[in-house]
Write a protein that binds this ligand. Structure first.
Ligand SMILES: [Zn+2]
Length: 250
């Protein structure tokens, strides 16, 4: 992991009950990101978070479109849009930041997806690819030059946020070992390939090793850092050095 500077921002993406097991749109193992993200917060001077925040009847909900099912893809006027189960409805418990997530270090919460007709995966630009969330302006005013994104889901909101950050002139990394994917219709493989192409792999491997070297070695053995067997990561571990669990399993 690169040295963390005062101009770095940790962006915690969509760690909300609806994206965790038992939620409306659960990401497999989604709650496993909470411990490593909580641990990461100690290493950054500045932390922001995003919160998916939809009005009832949002255009990204399959239930808003007659005859459609979750995971269908339709054209919403701004391009293809995957339809989801109703999730993260404003003010509901599933839309809160997860109770186990440390919240005191979070300096800014960016709510996204609140426009009824536009979804927003990215923390920076909504899915119409034209409407800014304001985060880029915030980062510039605060003097942040680099953003490290971790959370849910790796293949949608984390990926899109990293890509947009780079496009907008910031350095950006995805912390793969503190993220989890939906992995729907090949989306994880596509996201990993895109991020590998962007050259984030080595840094992520170092990041994982810092969290728990043995877990990282297991997770990232073989195909390289980013491939890393997202599904096969034996345990995402928030400890900063080798922990008993992974020592035993080696
Ligand atoms: Zn959403």
């Amino acid at each position: 992991m690169p040295r963390i500077e005062a101009s770095d921002l940790l962006l915690v993406v969509d760690i909300q009950p609806d994206f965790c097991p038992g939620g409306a749109l659960p990401v497999p193992g989604g709650d496993a990101v909470i411990a490593p993200v909580n641990a990461l917060m100690d290493r950054f001077r500045h932390v922001a978070a995003t919160q998916d925040w939809h009005p009832a009847g949002h255009a990204s909900f399959a239930s808003s479109h007659r005859g459609r099912q979750p995971f269908d893809v339709i054209d919403l006027g701004y391009g293809p849009q995957t339809l989801w189960p109703d999730h993260c409805v404003q003010g509901t418990p599933g839309a809160a930041l997860h109770a186990a997530l440390r919240q005191e270090p979070i300096e800014l919460i960016v709510r996204k997806g609140f426009r009824p007709d536009v979804d927003s995966y990215s923390a920076f630009v909504e899915n119409d690819r034209a409407t800014p969330t304001g985060l880029a302006g915030y980062m510039r005013e605060r003097g942040f030059r680099r953003v490290l994104c971790a959370g849910l889901a790796l293949d949608y909101c984390v990926r899109w946020s990293v890509e947009d950050a780079r496009r907008l002139g910031f350095e950006a990394l995805a912390v793969v070992d503190a993220s989890r994917a939906i992995d729907q219709a090949g989306s994880l493989g596509e996201a990993l390939a895109a991020m590998r192409k962007a050259g984030v792999g080595d840094r992520l491997r170092i990041q994982a090793r810092r969290l728990c070297r043995r877990a990282a070695a297991q997770a990232f053995r073989g195909e390289g850092a980013v491939a890393g067997r997202q599904a096969g990561v034996p345990a995402i571990c928030g400890r900063r050095q080798d922990c008993a669990r992974h020592s035993r399993s080696e």
